[in-house]
Design a protein around this ligand. Structure first.
Ligand code: SAM
Length: 327
């Protein structure tokens, strides 16, 4: 029987998956120099961990896909915070994500949410920033949204490489729970999802395959939830509407866009895509909370009562000059 190898930094099961995107972003500049994506904080953490993380290095499509989805979610957060500079961003299943360091505008507030062992490790790696909180909880457990203690301010919730690991009923309940968050304020949700054909097939993912083989005693880590289209993730009665779907394979070069189109033609949906949802307009509360700063001349407009505006039609190329911050 195969012996289990020790999990780095004590992270096991789902928590261990936090190393996969960290490694992809840390190695992005070296592996994909033409992609224009560099993450100095991920590089610094990768070095500071002083662990052998080679088991988390994926194939080209997998690593490039992580970089593309990170970049795409960065753009969605950037558009949201350009409309609401004081927005609150909630990162579900934050793992060792360095998005705050990549795109902080100096005004937004941020909540990283993950399981306790991951948050404990995060706290040793990231400096304290007054506008950022790290919350340890099991997303989907009873009352989890209340425990976030969300501020009544425009809110964008992101989930990167997170929802795919939830059981379908937990994922659906989580999306429903979020629809009720911060009533009367703009609220959007952006996350990646995979085709249902990739659900329950850990062998299709080389890194998960390797991790499962190294931990034969644990429950296999695999994608548990997928969808053919974003609209299936956001039933109208849950209060969400689809702003746009962004296929991840469109950003990683030939032959992947073609593979994505073929899968769609065969009815399997996108291989991997970002769903960007916005909560349908809600009535304002009777006693409105303190108003957001409204530009001069626009005093009669209430930004929080406005219906969600669609994001730009496409996210453009994966080669922008990205704002960079050092650790
Ligand atoms: C693949 S990692 C992604 C990490 C991060 N979003 C990134 O892109 O670097 C998935 C993360 O989701 C977290 N996670 C999965 N299920 C969770 C749950 N029910 N509650 C809290 N965190 C969860 C895991 O602990 C892990 O850190």
């Amino acid at each position: 029987m195969q012996r289990a190898s020790p999990a780095p930094a004590g992270l096991t099961g789902l928590a261990e998956t936090a190393f996969i995107p960290l490694v992809a972003r840390a190695l992005a500049a070296e592996r994909f120099p033409d992609a224009g994506f560099r993450d100095p904080t991920a590089e610094a953490i990768y070095g500071a961990l002083q662990l052998d993380l080679t088991a988390y290095v994926g194939g080209n499509a997998s690593m490039h896909g992580v970089i593309a989805r990170s970049w795409m979610l960065d753009q969605i957060v950037g558009v949201f915070t350009s409309r609401h500079p004081n927005a609150q961003i909630v990162d579900l299943g934050a793992g060792l994500s360095t998005r705050f360091e990549r795109i902080d505008n100096g005004m937004m507030t941020w909540i990283d949410v993950d399981q306790a062992p991951v948050i404990t490790l995060r706290q040793t790696l990231f400096p304290h920033v007054p506008r950022r909180r790290m919350v340890a909880l099991d997303i989907g457990s009873p009352g989890w949204v209340d425990r976030l203690e969300l501020a009544e301010t425009p809110t964008l919730v992101v989930g990167e490489g997170f929802f795919v690991y939830l059981e379908p009923e937990v994922a659906a309940a989580t999306i429903r729970d979020l629809a009720a968050a911060v009533p009367g304020r703009p609220c959007e949700l952006a996350f990646d999802y995979v085709s249902p054909l990739l659900v329950g097939t850990p062998r299709a993912h080389p890194v998960l395959n390797r991790l499962n083989a190294a931990r034969p005693d644990g429950a296999p880590v695999t994608f548990r939830w997928g969808a053919r289209r974003a609209a299936d993730l956001a039933p109208a009665d849950a209060g969400w509407q689809v702003v746009r779907t962004h296929p991840v394979y469109d950003k990683i070069g030939f032959p992947y866009p073609l593979i994505d189109r073929l899968l769609r033609l065969c009815g399997g949906g996108h291989v991997h895509a970002i769903a960007h949802l916005a909560r349908a307009a809600q009535p304002r509360p009777i006693t409105p909370p303190a108003a957001e700063a409204v530009p001069a001349g626009a005093a009669s407009r209430t930004p929080d009562a406005a219906p969600p505006r669609p994001a730009p039609r496409a996210l453009g190329r994966l080669h922008p000059a990205m704002p960079r911050r050092r650790v």
